[in-house]
Design a protein around this ligand. Structure first.
Ligand SMILES: [Zn+2]
Length: 434
């Protein structure tokens, strides 16, 4: 009798565990076998449609990351050994870092500045809601009122962009020059639970990392609406932030005394242990950064490739890039869906000459048409002061006025089809007609 009860109990408990595991992993497994292979196929087909558009102006286009963290932040361990190979494999030309300060002290003077194996890096800081790049070796006095700091940085030629724009900011501040219109970290705060994503990365992190990351995506409509409303008053540059820390991970490395130290999420030390016969198999030879074990979600490589800023600039120098960022000569696109290098958005006159590009202001009596070319086809949406005024599909775009031209900010979005659904792919800064 007792034997029978034990048997029944054993089978019921095992059954429940198996069912629970199946339920928990059903979504990730479905994605592994069905959804992600389909997605990969679609994206590969889409990339094959690529045609390089002729370059219409004297600018070059540089791919860049604006808002990422290195070991100088308390919550990252990333060094050039991790950052540079990732940037190179993604075709990234420049990285404007935004390390968290230590207390009130910035890390900018001792941060990375210069060209590291072909990747240009400039150090900045993320503090009190700012992505801030002073562009000169300086010590910012963070004890001052925030708006005063912004004024000082901007009047000395630096950049103050607003970070994490889902949070409260002084939107009336007259000095800030731009804002994040997409932040990956912001996007992870809505949608599925963290545990669901961890399960999904356990199943799909290796083979389908770009698509597992795309699971976080939600269109940031509130932030975009804010951006539009601000642009009705003055130019506010929009850009994207991958906010890469490479810190959602479990990693291990040797301590000097031969023990192993475990580093968990947010680069926090979680445990140390002796290497014994039973755990030895977990650890491999140390990589360049000394890691002997790595399980990571947000690698620099996948982050830099997820969304990318494209800055139109005459050269790859900090000065030129910064000046063109401030001017809004930039667009941003979800690069894992398709590389947008070659896209151009411009205004032309009666004679069909280019009289300005994205970010520029143009007199109402000079402009005849707004035009765009794209290396990949999609649906163009022209948005005038927050309202979609024209939609058309293809590789190039033209909007000519037949009647009265209206003043205002005209920005362009491109959407592409995935699984029969249109999803945002590219956001371009407005052309301002005044
Ligand atoms: Zn950040």
């Amino acid at each position: 009798m007792v034997k029978r009860i034990i048997k029944v109990l054993f089978y019921s408990v095992s059954g429940i565990i198996v069912i629970a595991l199946l339920v928990a992993f059903a979504g990730p497994l479905w994605r592994h076998w069905i959804t992600y292979p389909q997605m990969e196929k679609q994206v590969n087909e889409f990339q094959k449609l690529r045609k390089e558009p002729a370059f219409l102006s004297n600018f070059h286009t540089y791919r860049g990351v604006m808002h990422a963290h290195s070991y100088l932040s308390h919550d990252s361990k990333g060094t050039l050994n991790d950052i540079i190979p990732a940037a190179k494999s993604d075709g990234i030309d420049f990285i404007f870092l935004t390390d968290h300060p230590h207390g009130d002290s910035d890390t900018i003077p001792k941060g990375y500045h210069g060209n590291y194996g072909g990747v240009l890096i400039e150090s900045g800081t993320e503090n009190r809601g700012f992505d801030c790049w002073p562009l000169v070796p300086t010590i910012i006095n963070w004890k001052l009122d925030k708006d005063t700091v912004a004024k000082q940085i901007v009047s000395n030629g630096g950049i103050i962009f607003y970070a994490h724009t889902e949070e409260p900011h002084n939107w009336g501040n007259p000095d800030f020059q731009g804002m994040e219109i997409y932040n990956f970290h912001t996007d992870t705060k809505d949608g599925e639970s963290a545990s669901w994503h961890i399960l999904n990365f356990m199943v799909n992190g290796n083979k389908f990392r770009p698509w597992a990351l795309r699971e976080f995506f939600d269109e940031q409509t509130t932030i975009l609406a804010r951006w539009d409303s601000l642009n009705m008053k003055r130019k506010i540059v929009g850009f994207s932030a991958v906010d890469s820390h490479e810190n959602q991970s479990f990693r291990a490395r040797y301590l000097k005394d031969g023990r192993i130290q475990w580093i968990g999420p947010n680069a926090k030390a979680v445990d140390t242990m002796e290497v014994r016969f039973w755990n030895k198999w977990l650890f491999s030879e140390p990589d360049k950064s000394g890691w002997v074990f790595k399980w990571m979600i947000d690698t620099y490589q996948s982050g830099f490739n997820y969304i990318t800023n494209y800055v139109m600039s005459d050269s790859l120098s900090v000065h030129s890039l910064a000046e063109n960022m401030k001017k809004g000569h930039l667009y941003t696109a979800f690069k894992s869906l398709g590389d947008a290098k070659g896209f151009q958005y411009y205004a032309s006159n009666q004679k069909d000459s280019i009289i300005g590009i994205l970010g520029d202001s143009i007199k109402i009596d000079q402009v005849k048409a707004l035009k765009a070319v794209s290396p990949l086809p999609g649906q163009f949406r022209l948005i005038h002061d927050g309202k979609t005024v024209n939609i058309s599909s293809g590789e190039d775009y033209q909007y000519s006025w037949s009647e009265l031209i209206e003043k205002g900010a005209y920005r362009l979005e491109m959407h592409i089809k995935q699984n029969g659904k249109l999803i945002p792919w590219l956001y371009a800064n407005p052309i301002y007609i005044y």
